[in-house]
Design a protein around this ligand. Structure first.
Ligand SMILES: Nc1ncnc2c1ncn2[C@@H]1O[C@H](COP(=O)(O)OP(=O)(O)OP(=O)(O)O)[C@@H](O)[C@H]1O
Ligand SMILES: [Mg+2]
Length: 147
């Protein structure tokens, strides 16, 4: 365990803590570390498209989204660097988050997935968010959820 770690980041403060934990683990065990963020395929309605055109948002919605993804991964990278992790990577995938995370973990033969217990949704009531819940049930490797 702790040779090939995936850390799931969605820009929430919970996932920042997951990035910290994953970075500390990777540094301690000299493990491979990949930060993964999953973005949804965009289904934009006509009103939103028109708004983007009218406001002349440079590059359109895709650009805005890329900026967000970039920021999420930049924060994770900075964390890994602070912790002295050697050889970490970042990945962006499109699809349903939980399934995509589990598939990616299987394909890359990860032994551990590190993620937050809650994400950007952060709805009170449930103990786990739906993504962390699904990943811990579906993954065949270890899952560390960070509070
Ligand atoms: N799209 C995503 N890409 C990568 N990691 C994600 C993504 N969504 C969630 N995660 C990971 O899962 C953790 C828990 O988030 P989750 O989405 O399960 O909780 P939530 O947002 O509070 O609930 P929900 O999404 O069900 O409203 C996050 O801290 C992050 O590590
Ligand atoms: Mg969420």
């Amino acid at each position: 365990m702790f040779r090939n770690i995936i850390c799931c980041v969605d820009g929430s403060r919970h996932s920042e803590r997951a990035a910290q934990a994953a970075s500390e683990l990777a540094a301690r065990f000299d493990a491979k570390l990949t930060f993964l963020t999953v973005t949804k395929e965009l289904k934009v309605n006509e009103a939103v498209k028109r708004y983007i055109e009218l406001e002349k948002l440079s590059g359109g919605l895709e650009y805005v989204l890329d900026e967000m993804t970039e920021q999420i991964l930049d924060a994770a990278k900075a964390c890994a660097e602070r912790c002295g992790v050697r050889g970490f990577k970042t990945e962006v995938k499109v699809g349903p988050p939980a399934r995509t995370i589990v598939q990616f973990a299987e394909r890359t033969k990860a032994d551990t997935i590190v993620m937050g217990r809650r994400g950007v949704g952060d709805v009170e009531g449930a103990l786990l968010g739906s993504v962390s819940h699904k990943v811990s049930s579906l993954a065949s490797c270890g899952v560390v959820t960070v509070k």
